[in-house]
Write a protein that binds this ligand. Structure first.
Ligand SMILES: Cc1cc2nc3c(=O)[nH]c(=O)nc-3n(C[C@H](O)[C@H](O)[C@H](O)COP(=O)(O)OP(=O)(O)OC[C@H]3O[C@@H](n4cnc5c(N)ncnc54)[C@H](O)[C@@H]3O)c2cc1C
Length: 451
């Protein structure tokens, strides 16, 4: 893969590299990539506090978009990610009921234009690569079974429960990557008298994975061709959609859906992800074409996982004193643009870059405000674009669908696509942005503005 001639995360060794005590809350993709970015930049006191008892990532396929690859490359883990990934040549967008191809955007230009292809891999592989790289730095300590329960912004300390034990941890900076249900966000909002409330989108997603063995055993040549293909499939219509692509060296066919959230309404209060009902899944897609029916018929009862898709209204700010939010904690994003994790990885790299520029601990809060100034508008634009794309993909009104499908038909010439993920202008805005270069070019101006 051709490497980008891009700016390094830090332009010089950070002045506080050996003294800044950094705590990261959450060892998801945001937390791990941030820890790694900080270590690669030259920081040596990095502690990650993770509520789960061990490293273990459930989940299914995840897309590694060119902007995520640009950071993974700088973090020195791209080769491993490429090895674990399938590079997509393009996507076929199909009418759900007939399987007719409405548009077939190519992704081949992405590699030429943005250096990296559109890749897909197993989330567990990506997380493991980040985790192993973190451990091998020798300067990142990961504390499992360590749940943040409270935050004291004024004194840059937080309360952690580890089994029966509860203790306060005092550091120089807290980077909260504790996901969409973030306690840190709730505390930050509470500090200004606001109530934290994630928004229900009314959408849910099934995520299922079929193994090569299952598909081969079915003897279904068309499904085997899908597994061996470099082309993602999108079926859309009837107020729901499916995206499917091969991962794990074409040994797993990953199927991710979005549909009206009717089953969760009956799930226990607070449940956001659950093992779903196979019968309910088949019922949700009963009007879809024969190919989809045959795919879903192969899914085993224990393979159905359903996620409730939630977002959060834009926050007034992501930073309070020396505490910053990142990733899903501050910009949970619908999956329609495949950018939630990519934006989180950008957050982490920018945090490392701004902290590397700080000369004394008193300036850490200012650096975090520069991070917010650099990241918030972009991430929130991506959140909106994903929501907008979801509306187009989940249309059910026949007249609106007809108009949208005409846009799909025209998309080859115009480059504009109602599926924003395949829209060339949206791609330019997301993949053509170098978030690290921006730190270096805008630093002086933004630093002065934080005085
Ligand atoms: C169906 C679906 C498909 C998606 N597909 C894509 C895709 O293709 N590409 C893409 O870029 N993004 C995708 N996303 C989005 C992506 O999954 C998320 O944006 C990303 O995983 C968020 O990472 P995070 O580290 O911020 O949060 P999380 O992954 O939620 O990690 C948070 C971590 O913090 C820990 N934690 C929580 N609370 C505490 C606490 N109090 N104390 C300590 N630890 C705590 C949790 O245990 C967890 O390990 C998708 C999302 C969905 C729902």
């Amino acid at each position: 893969m051709t490497r980008a001639k891009t700016a390094q995360i830090a332009q010089q060794q950070p002045a506080l590299g050996d003294s800044l005590r950094i705590a990261i809350v959450g060892a998801g993709i945001a937390g791990l990539s941030t820890a790694l970015a900080l270590a690669r930049t030259g920081f040596t006191h990095i502690d990650v506090f993770e509520a789960a008892s061990s490293f273990g990532e459930i989940g299914a396929g995840i897309q590694v978009a060119p902007n995520m690859s640009a950071i993974l490359d700088r973090l020195g883990v791209l080769d491993k990610v490429v090895k674990d990934s399938v590079a997509l040549d393009g996507m076929q967008i199909r009418r759900c009921s007939t399987n007719e191809v409405l548009a077939s955007p190519s992704f081949l230009h992405l590699r030429d234009t943005y250096t990296y292809p559109q890749m897909v891999c197993h989330r567990a592989d990506l997380s493991k690569t980040l985790f192993d790289a973190c451990i091998s730095t020798g300067v990142i300590r990961i504390h499992f079974s360590s749940r943040l329960t409270d935050l004291d912004f004024e004194n840059t300390r937080f309360c952690v429960t580890q089994g029966e034990e509860t203790r306060w941890v005092e550091v120089d900076v807290v980077l909260a990557a504790d996901g969409v249900k973030s306690i840190a966000r709730a505390r930050m909002l509470a500090a200004t008298g606001q109530v934290d409330d994630a928004e229900d989108t009314g959408q849910a997603a099934y995520r299922v994975m079929l193994t090569r063995e299952q598909i081969v055993a079915s003897g279904d040549k068309e499904l085997l061709d899908l597994l061996d293909s470099q082309i993602a499939q999108r079926w859309t219509g009837h107020g729901r959609m499916i995206i499917a692509y091969p991962i794990a060296h074409h040994n797993i066919y990953n199927i991710s859906t979005a549909h009206p959230d009717t089953h969760f309404a009956r799930a226990p209060t607070g449940a956001w992800t659950t093992y779903g009902s196979r019968a309910a899944m088949l019922g949700t897609y009963v009007s879809y074409c024969d190919t989809v029916q045959r795919l879903l018929a192969l899914v085993r009862r224990d393979q159905v996982c359903e996620w409730k898709l939630r977002v959060h209204a834009p926050l007034d700010g992501w930073v309070r004193e020396r505490v910053a939010l990142l990733g899903d904690a501050c910009h949970p994003t619908l999956p329609h643009l495949a950018q939630g994790a990519a934006q989180a990885v950008e957050d982490g790299a920018v945090l490392a870059a701004v902290l590397a520029k700080v000369g004394c601990k008193e300036d850490v809060g200012r650096a975090l405000r520069v991070y917010e100034a650099l990241r918030k508008e972009r991430a929130e634009w991506v959140v909106d674009a994903a929501a907008h794309s979801g509306k187009q993909l989940l249309l059910s009104d026949e007249a609106a669908l007809e108009a949208r499908d005409q846009l799909f038909a025209n998309s080859h010439e115009s480059g504009r696509n109602p599926d924003q993920y395949a829209d060339k202008e949206v791609q330019q805005r997301i993949y053509g942005h170098d978030c690290i270069e921006e730190v270096h070019t805008k630093w002086d101006e933004l630093w002065a503005a934080t005085l």
